[in-house]
Structures are given as C-alpha cells and as structure tokens.
Design a protein around this ligand. Structure first.
Ligand code: SAH
Length: 342
C-alpha cells in the first residue's frame, strides 16, 4: 500500500512502474493531503486505474462530536475492519489518539479493545492514514497542521506491532511528510520490556507511557495478564534505560479500580517504587465497560490517591475526561458499532 512508503520509496515506485520520479512525489503529496484517488487531479484517468490497487482506501466511516468539542472517529479499511480514534482540542495544540491494531491480545480486564482478541496488526500506512484523514477533516494541510500531537493509545498494544509502529513513527515525524516531532508523540504500552529497550536502542525519542495500574506484581496479575511475563521492577529498570538514552521523562498511567488498586496504601507502595525517578503519574478514572464488572472510584478518591502520591514526592495529576458522552473508553465504540447499537 502506497501510504507505507517514504518519499524516496515513492519515487522509486514510480520509476519501477515506468513513470518519472516526479509522479511519485505527486502521489506522495496527494496521499498526505488525504485525497482519495478520484480527487487527484494531476493524474490521468489511465494512471489512476493503474494505481488504484495500491492507493490507500482507508476512510472516515463515522464521526461523533462531543459537547466539549472532542471528536471520536471510526476509520474503515478495505478488508472491512474498523478502528477508533479520538481528536481532542487543547490550548497548546490538538491531539489525536490513534489505534495501532484491530483488537488487542493483551487481555487487560478493564479494557474493551481486547474483548475479542487481536484481529490483525495495522500497517504503518494505516496508522498514518488516521492522522492524515483527521488533519484534513479539521481543515489542516501538510504545511498548516491541525493535528499537532499524537498519542498511541487507541486500540492495540503498539509494542506488540513493533515493526509497523516504528516505521509509522519515522514516516509521521519525517520532514518530507507531515513532520510531527517525536517530542509531540506519546507511545503507551502495557510494558513489553524487551521492546522498550529496542525503542531506546533504535534511537526513538517519543514520550514513553507505561500502563502500570498496580503497585505490586500480585495485584497487577489480577487485571493485566502481561504481568505474568514481566515484573514491575523489570519495567521500571527498562524505563530508566529509556530515560538515560533519551532524556525523556516517563509517564506512568494508573487507572483506579474500585476495591482493587485504589487503597491509599497502594499510593504509598507506588511512591516507593518510583522514588527519585524522573517521572509523572497520570491517575485515570476508570471508564466502566459494561461487559466487565470492574467499577470506577469516585473523582474525589482519585484526587486523594494523587495527593498521597505527591506526599511521597511523586508528581501526579488526575486526567481530565473528554468526550464521555460519545462512546467511552478504548474499543467501546467499535464494539457498539459491530453490535449495531449505534
Ligand atoms: N496497549 C497500550 C495502549 C492502549 S490503552 C497500553 O496498554 O498502554 C491506553 C490507556 O487506557 C492504557 O493506560 C489503558 O490501560 C487505559 N484503559 C483501557 N481501558 C480503560 C478503561 N476502561 N478505563 C480507563 N482506562 C482504560
């Protein structure tokens, strides 16, 4: 698929298919402005037919606009698969939360994305497509971007799709393309330790976000099967390595689950683990998933937990919730659409 290619690769593709190199650049520009093949006016009808098979066919299938301005998108691919993205407007810029896989195989008990397991990986171009479609839908161009920040926090485990995700990071941060700096990109992972080392060694500098959600391994194993493979201690060690290599402060995510991990003693325990390490803890109020029986803690309890962490010397905030009226947490909207509920 042509959206997987760099500008140079697109020129080579053009030449290999009997076209001059500049045609490759024209196709590249058309893809980056999220034009469908029929909209590309610089290409002849014959050429369009020749290219049609390789030209991206992802599109915005549905769009839900929240009262607070947040937009939830459902993207579709030619094989019939769909994924979600969320576009959030902040003072400092606009963030797109995008998906890296259709479904997920990590099996976290609180998450809707993993309910039916992993369907397939997304390709680099399919991740890029989500960015380009949302940029265009909000009046952006390649030069005047409306998507300025990215978080890889939609459905999927990014480090379980390492090759395509890293290819995507290169494409999306390339000066040839939409040029979103890695400093403005967060990659969220449930903690696949060897891949955290790879990310550091392969020279990436995105903000690393770790979904911790527990203050000890025993507790973590209850809600996150991945905890059977990697200990918190190993994750934190890998994070320290990432920090040393990149100088980027690590963010830890902690979703509060009522009666599971929300005791103030857990905040103390977490404080001890993270003490002295340049990091930030994001407290996330659970977005209840109706297929799961986990319950959310109150907003007040979230603040109390955050305060207890601060007392241990750990920087912490409670994440504000956006777009609550339009489909809830990761993967919920896709499930509702598959069931024909919306
Ligand atoms: N697989 C990656 C990224 C996807 S999820 C990861 O595990 O980090 C992005 C964040 O939302 C993760 O921290 C995830 O644990 C959290 N999350 C998933 N379902 C949630 C829910 N129902 N309520 C609150 N947070 C949730």
């Amino acid at each position: 698929m042509l959206a997987d290619l760099t500008k140079k690769e697109m020129e080579d593709y053009a030449v290999a298919n009997g076209m001059p190199a500049f045609r490759g650049r024209q196709i590249f520009d058309a893809i980056y402005s999220a034009q469908s093949i029929d909209e590309v006016s610089v290409l002849s009808k014959n050429l369009k037919e020749k290219l049609r098979q390789d030209y991206p066919e992802y599109k915005i299938l549905r769009k839900f606009i929240s009262k607070d301005g947040t937009i939830k998108y459902v993207f579709s691919f030619p094989d019939g698969n769909i994924v979600e993205g969320v576009f959030m407007k902040y003072k400092y810029g606009n963030t797109l939360c995008l998906s890296t896989q259709v479904g997920c195989r990590m099996g976290c008990k609180f998450c809707a994305s993993t309910l039916k397991g992993l369907i397939r990986n997304l390709s680099a171009g399919e991740m890029l497509g989500q960015v380009l479609l949302v940029n265009r839908d909000n009046g952006g161009t390649v030069k005047d971007r409306k998507v300025t920040n990215l978080v890889l926090m939609g459905s999927g485990e990014p480090l379980d799709n390492y090759a395509e995700v890293t290819k995507f990071l290169r494409l999306v941060s390339s000066a040839d393309g939409i040029n979103i700096s890695q400093r403005n990109i967060s990659l969220s992972t449930c903690g696949l330790v060897p891949k955290i080392y790879s990310l550091a060694d392969d020279g990436f500098s995105v903000t690393l976000t770790i979904s911790l959600h527990a203050s000890n391994d025993e507790m973590r194993r209850v809600s996150m099967p991945v905890a059977n493979s990697y200990k918190i201690e190993e994750i934190v060690k890998a994070c320290k390595y990432y920090f040393e290599k990149t100088g980027r402060r690590i963010v830890f995510e902690y979703t509060l689950l009522k009666g599971v991990n929300d005791n103030l003693e857990n905040a103390k325990e977490l404080g001890k683990i993270l003490k002295g390490f340049p990091c930030h803890v994001n407290i996330i109020p659970l977005n209840e998933v109706k297929e799961r029986n986990l319950k959310a803690t109150t907003r007040a309890e979230c603040y109390a937990f955050s305060k207890a962490l601060e007392k241990e010397g750990i920087s912490s905030t409670v994440r504000r919730t956006l777009g609550e009226d339009i489909g809830g947490a990761c993967g919920q909207l896709r499930n509702q659409i598959l069931k024909g509920e919306v």
